[in-house]
Design a protein around this ligand. Structure first.
Ligand code: HEC
Length: 206
């Protein structure tokens, strides 16, 4: 077989066979483009519609409004915003209890207490300076010791915790401002011992 016929045979063989496959460009299917566009569109729509200021269904359920500082919880010695409920949990709950009912005969109630609902400056002074001796609360006599908090809590913290206590358990009394606490602190600055119970304090409403 000469070279020419070999070449012819090879050419004929090539013609008989399919072309070598090669990589081409296949357009993205329309369905995929449409699906992706719909997902993006839904995402953008969801961001505009998402209920950011409504009660959340997930998490701890607090809304943005819940987290915003309350007017009564003004800044204290630390300079930050004070959470009255947190101060109550850490400073008062051991004696006066989470329900504000105290312990009969031992710790007086803050719920529905005439002292809590009474004069703002007096209740602030009680928390600042403490009480020992017999104290009458809601007709019951208590002879315990309420510790003074003047050195432990700032005006803002005392205002916040009293605002919390006065707003809880149906007390429904007005908020107390840090300015009121500061005034009570200045007015009682000369006190070296806690109030001696009823005899030292002006009975609310009396
Ligand atoms: C160690 C226990 C104890 C702690 C802590 C305590 N108290 Fe008292 N508190 C008492 C006792 C006891 C009396 C009654 C004093 C008496 O019998 O002379 C009292 C009385 C009071 C009164 C007046 C009476 C009444 O029931 O309304 C107020 C108001 C009060 N406490 C608020 C607070 C607040 C606010 C805190 C937290 C910042 C606090 N107390 C922390 C024990 C405590």
């Amino acid at each position: 077989m000469d070279i020419e016929s070999e070449k012819r045979q090879a050419a004929a063989a090539r013609l008989r066979e399919h072309e070598e496959p090669h990589e081409g460009q296949v357009p993205i299917p329309k369905l995929v483009i449409v699906t992706v566009a719909l997902i993006f569109g839904w995402g953008a729509w969801y961001i505009t519609q998402a209920p950011i200021n409504q009660s959340p269904a997930l998490g701890d359920q607090r809304t943005e409004a819940d987290l915003r500082p309350k007017p009564g919880g003004a800044a204290g010695g630390g300079g930050g915003v004070v959470d009255g409920a947190a101060v109550f949990q850490s400073r008062c709950v051991a004696c006066h209890q989470a329900t504000g009912t105290g312990l009969p005969g031992v710790f007086p109630p803050l719920a529905d207490s005439e002292w809590v609902k009474g004069d703002e400056k007096q209740v602030a002074s009680i928390v600042l300076r403490g009480i020992t001796g017999t104290l009458t609360v809601k007709g019951g006599k208590y002879a315990g010791a309420m510790p003074p908090f003047a050195d432990q809590l700032g005006d803002g913290e005392i205002a916040a915790v009293l605002t919390y206590v006065r707003g809880q358990w149906g007390n429904g009394a007005q908020a107390i401002t840090p300015e009121t606490v500061a005034a009570a602190r200045a007015a009682t600055a000369s006190m070296t011992a806690p109030y001696a119970g009823d005899s030292d304090l002006k009975a609310p409403g009396g």
